[in-house]
Design a protein around this ligand. Structure first.
Ligand code: NAD
Length: 355
């Protein structure tokens, strides 16, 4: 089944499908677990239950919020809870939260009793357009991002922009970075739409964001369906992430002030756009346009020499590397991206100085 068939875009239809799925004799779901964090328990769970009453009987498993919780110890806590409440192959896990919840919950489901079924209901913008789409699940190994994980498919997912109503602005802006990326790597028209979109009143006009979310999902989905296991084309989704993930790991490890995922990726996209200009044919005008649009919304920071060496050494451990060479996905022009690009070390370091 194509991933797109599994996306039940927008609330009413999706919730009805979920209800039917839970009641269906053939799917034979015996008990349901809803994985939440502190904030999605408060802000999102009541909305879900008000639409799918039968979920009132579910077991709720709550974890602490935040990237620091995305580790194997949290998984162990969840597996213990599942065991305690007698989860088995006829159980269903519903991941209700941002990318941290859908990544951990998907991973937990993929290996518990060799695999139980799960559904994603993303509640952050980033979760809706990116983290819940594309079969990747996983946790961090100390500060190494997504080092442990699996490719595992949800039964389906439900996208409900209503959840944006309570999402903090910094989280909204974080999700927007991945939407910019989708335009930059695969769809110039979408980049133009994103460039002109405003974050003002996103809570009030949450439903209108549904249209952009839908387009963004379609871009990612088309790429993932062509190459689900990331053997080739899917690597273009890593644009901005080779440096972005290293920055995120660095900040998690060495700096108290955590760098939020979308900001790290936005910084990565600016640096990697410069590399695209240097080695992959991106025009200087396009590079400057990308830098100017992203710097308006994201606090792109300077990287000192000392930080640079640490960040570089994190990149050397990136799981996407081939024969110890750091691999980049770089833009050819806005809307077109190449993958498996190698760049001289000196240029990578120079890219950090372009802000
Ligand atoms: P997150 O899950 O940490 O959520 C951010 C914060 O928002 C949390 O405090 C959460 O409690 C709160 N929150 C969530 N929904 C809310 C709502 N509706 N109202 C109020 N508060 C709400 O962060 P995220 O940005 O969604 O996800 C980041 C993670 O996603 C990273 O770990 C990243 O590696 C992962 N990711 C995975 C993939 C993938 O393909 N699997 C792709 C991109 C990102």
């Amino acid at each position: 089944m194509l991933l797109y068939d599994k996306i039940k875009i927008f609330n009413e239809e999706g919730y009805k499908i979920l209800e039917n799925y839970l009641l269906d004799q053939v799917t034979s779901i015996r008990n349901t677990f809803i994985l939440v964090d502190h904030y999605t328990n408060i802000h999102c769970l009541p909305h879900l239950i008000s639409h799918v009453k039968i979920l009132e009987k579910s077991n709720i498993i709550q974890i602490k919020p935040g990237e620091e919780e995305k580790n194997i110890y949290t998984c162990i806590q969840i597996w213990k809870q599942l065991e305690k409440f007698k989860a088995n192959r006829n159980s269903l896990i519903i991941n209700l939260g941002g990318g941290v919840i859908t990544d951990i919950g998907g991973f937990v489901a993929s290996v518990f009793k060799r695999g139980v079924r799960f559904i994603n209901i993303p509640t952050t913008l980033l979760g809706m357009v990116d983290a819940s789409i594309g079969y990747k699940t996983g946790v961090n190994l100390e500060s190494i991002k997504n080092e442990i994980g699996s490719f595992y498919s949800p039964e389906f997912l439900i996208i409900d922009p209503y959840f944006l109503k309570t999402l903090p602005e910094k989280e909204f802006i974080s999700g927007k970075a991945e939407m910019f990326k989708h335009g930059l790597i695969a769809d110039e028209k979408f980049w133009i739409e994103m460039k002109t979109s405003t974050i003002e009143d996103y809570r009030k006009y949450y439903y209108q964001w549904g249209n952009l979310i839908h387009k963004s999902i379609l871009i990612k989905n088309k790429i993932v369906d062509k190459d689900p296991k990331e053997k080739g084309l899917r690597k273009i989704l890593n644009f901005g992430h080779t440096i972005g993930h290293a920055l995120e790991s660095y900040f998690m490890n060495y700096q108290k002030g955590k760098l939020i995922h979308g900001v790290a990726i936005a910084m990565g996209m600016v640096y990697e756009s410069w590399l695209s200009y240097k080695v992959n044919g991106l025009s200087i005008n396009s590079y400057q346009e990308i830098k100017s649009i992203l710097s308006e919304l994201y606090p792109i920071q300077n990287i000192s020499d000392l930080e640079m060496d640490k960040i570089f050494s994190i990149m050397e451990h990136d799981k996407k590397n081939d024969r110890n060479k750091i691999q980049f996905s770089l833009l050819k022009k806005i809307g077109t991206c190449s993958y498996n690009c190698q760049v001289p070390t000196s240029l990578i370091k120079e890219s950090f100085l372009q802000i």
